[in-house]
Design a protein around this ligand. Structure first.
Ligand code: CAA
Length: 285
C-alpha cells in the first residue's frame, strides 16, 4: 500500500519537523495538537522554516505555497479517519500514548498504519492495545528532523513485512535513509548514544576535564558535529534521562545508570536549550 495521506499527532519540535518534511515531500499532511495555542506555535515554526528556506533560495515562492496547501491542521482527531498513516509524536509517557493508540484504532480504517516516534517506550505495548498489531511500528526520527537523514523503523514480533516495506518507501520519499531495528530499549541509536552521553557526564563529575574541554575533545578529535554536553542540551536533559531510565530498566548495567548530576539538573528544570539553561546557558542567544 502506497502512503499518500499522512497524519501527525503532536506538533512540538519533533512533530512539526515531521509534518514539515512530509508536506515538503509531497504528502497530504494533517497535524493536530492538544490545544489551539500549541497548534499555532507548531504551525508557525513550520512556516518560519519555509520562510528561511525560501530566503536561502532552497525553496521557491511557488514551492512554499504548494507546501502550505498540502499541510492542514485540526484540533479534532476524528479528522484523521481518512489517513493512510498516523504518526504519534506526543508527550513521552506511556499512558497518554496507549490512550491515543486506542483512540486511533477506533477512528481510522483497519488498513491505516499507526506508528510512534517514541525514542524509548516499547512499540509492542502500543501494538497490543490495537486490533491491527501487524500495522503498528516505530518510526523514530532524529532532531532536527528536516536535516537528519536517519529514520529507525522499529518492528515488533507482529509487525508485517508489508508494513515495513510501506514505511521504507514512505521514509525514502521523505529523503531519509531507513534502518530496521527490533523493538528493544533504545533501538540502535540511543542504545549507543545514551551511554556515551552519560559517560561524558560521569567524566565531568569525576573532575577529569571541564565540560568545554570534553566537548572540544569529541568535536575536534572525532569530528562529531557537537560535543556530548552541547548535544545533551540539544536533545533535552529530560529526554536523555528518560531514555537512560528505560534502557537501564532493560539492561541494569552501570553504563546505562543515569548519573546524579543529570537527575539534579532535570529536577531544577534545567532541561537544555528549550528552557534556556542546561549544561550551558542559552539565555543570551
Ligand atoms: N531545522 C531545519 N534546518 C536546520 C535546523 C532545524 N532545526 N537546524 C539546522 N538546520 C540547517 C541549517 O539551516 C543549515 O542549512 P544550510 O547549510 O543549507 O544553511 C544546516 O542545517 C546546518 O546548520 P548550521 O550551519 O546552523 O549548523 P551546523 O552545521 O552546526 O549543523 C546540526 C547543525 C545539523 C544540528 C549539527 O550540529 C548536528 O548534526 N548536530 C548533531 C545532531 C544530532 O546528533 N541529532 C540527533 C540527536 S539524538 C535524537 O534526536 C534522538 C533521540 O531519540 C534523543
Amino acid at each position: 500500500m502506497a502512503i499518500q495521506k499522512v497524519g501527525v499527532v503532536g506538533c512540538g519540535l519533533m512533530g512539526s519537523g515531521i509534518a514539515q518534511t512530509a508536506a515538503q515531500s509531497g504528502f497530504d499532511t494533517l497535524v493536530t495538537e492538544v490545544s489551539q495555542p500549541l497548534l499555532d506555535r507548531g504551525m508557525q515554526r513550520i512556516q518560519g522554516a519555509w520562510a528561511t528556506m525560501q530566503s536561502k533560495g532552497k525553496l521557491t515562492a511557488e514551492q512554499v505555497a504548494a507546501n502550505q496547501v498540502r499541510l492542514r491542521s485540526t484540533l479534532d482527531l476524528n479528522d484523521f479517519a481518512d489517513r493512510d498513516i498516523v504518526i504519534e509524536v506526543i508527550i513521552e509517557q506511556k499512558e497518554p500514548k496507549l490512550a491515543l493508540f486506542r483512540q486511533l484504532d477506533a477512528i481510522t480504517p483497519p488498513a491505516t498504519l499507526l506508528v510512534s516516534n517514541t525514542s524509548s517506550l516499547p512499540i509492542t505495548e502500543m501494538a497490543a492495545v490495537t486490533k491491527r498489531r501487524d500495522k503498528v511500528a516505530g518510526l523514530h526520527f532524529f532532531n532536527p528532523v528536516p536535516v537528519m537523514k536517519l529514520v529507525e523503523i522499529v518492528r515488533t514480533v507482529e509487525t508485517s513485512d508489508a508494513t515495513v516495506a510501506a514505511l521504507r518507501q514512505f521514509t525514502e520519499t521523505m529523503g531519509k535513509t531507513p534502518i530496521i531495528a527490533k523493538d528493544t530499549a533504545g533501538f540502535v541509536v540511543n542504545f549507543l548514544l545514551i551511554p556515551y552521553l552519560l559517560s561524558a557526564i560521569r567524566m565531568y563529575e569525576q573532575g577529569v576535564a571541564s565540560m568545554e574541554d570534553i566537548d572540544a575533545a569529541m568535536q575536534l578529535g572525532t569530528n562529531y558535529p557537537m560535543g556530548p554536553f552541547t548535544l545533551t542540551d540539544y536533545v533535552g536533559l529530560d529526554t536523555t534521562l528518560y531514555a537512560a531510565e528505560v534502557i537501564y530498566a532493560e539492561h541494569p548495567e552501570p553504563a546505562y545508570a543515569p548519573p546524579a548530576l543529570l537527575r539534579r539538573m532535570v529536577t531544577l528544570g534545567r532541561l537544555g536549550r528549550k528552557t534556556g539553561q542546561g549544561f550551558y546557558d542559552y539565555t543570551d542567544k
